[in-house]
Write a protein that binds this ligand. Structure first.
Ligand code: DC
Length: 226
């Protein structure tokens, strides 16, 4: 059975998550946050004090990795091997660690089928780095969001300041650049736009403008009845 899929790829902090959530809600489709799977795996590895650079060491423990998600009123809660790790999921350490373990081909292979299994009716919005290139190359609509590292750092800085945190914009920029560098230059499934992806530079766009642009594409590709 044909399951329509929209892939949304791009670097960290570009607005993929917001766009993916809004699209999935408006369409009533499933949402795959593939970054959360890599983050959950990183939490698993950190909690066992595994060397994130050592693929063989990580693979020894992979059969023990179990991840569950539970939708609640406040959002989705994530459990790793039965433990609620929701509060750790968005930490910078978790994101950087996820980016390190995501370099290993064996780890990616182990998490691949988990992601493919999410393609179920009535449709899927898949958010990540390689959704359009590797995991769902057959997707009828592929979006690739971009924005300069400086713009993304400034957005993140404002978010954190508004949340009452005291942070340095230079620190945020250097973390964003380190993660971009690792995600773009790894040997397997690097962060790159699929050849048939629609590239949207969000630097000068509001969230609503980006959403409206993508919504029009959903209609133009006949993914839903207008
Ligand atoms: O999107 P995110 O920030 O939650 O992703 C965290 C890290 O996980 C990211 O820096 C690289 C890795 N990742 C990946 O390699 N492939 C994906 N499809 C999603 C995330």
């Amino acid at each position: 059975m044909f399951v329509p899929i929209v892939t949304i790829d791009g670097p960290g902090g570009v607005g993929k998550g917001t766009l993916a959530l809004k699209l999935s809600q408006k369409l009533g489709w499933h949402l795959l946050d593939s970054g959360a799977i890599y983050r959950a795996y990183a939490i698993f590895a950190l909690s066992r004090q595994l060397d994130l650079e050592n693929s063989d060491g990580l693979m020894k423990y992979t059969p023990d990795f179990q991840m569950e998600t539970k939708p609640t009123e406040k959002g989705v809660e994530v459990f790793v091997c039965g433990e609620n790790v929701t509060h750790q999921l968005r930490l910078e350490l978790t994101g950087q660690s996820a980016s390190i373990i995501a370099k290993h081909p064996d780890v990616r292979e182990a998490l691949f089928h988990y992601q493919r299994d999410c393609a179920v009716a009535p449709g899927l919005i898949a958010d990540g780095r390689d959704m359009g290139t590797v995991v769902f190359p057959e997707a009828p609509l592929k979006i690739f969001l971009t924005a300069s590292a400086e713009v993304r750092a400034e957005r993140r800085y404002k978010e954190l300041i508004n949340a009452g945190e005291s942070v340095s914009i230079f620190q945020i920029l250097s973390e964003i650049q380190a993660r971009d560098d690792r995600d773009q230059n790894r040997s397997v499934s690097p962060l790159v736009a699929a050849q048939d992806a629609i590239i949207i530079d969000t630097s000068d766009c509001t969230r609503d403008e980006v959403f409206n642009q993508v919504w029009q594409l959903v209609i133009d590709r006949n993914l839903i009845k207008a």
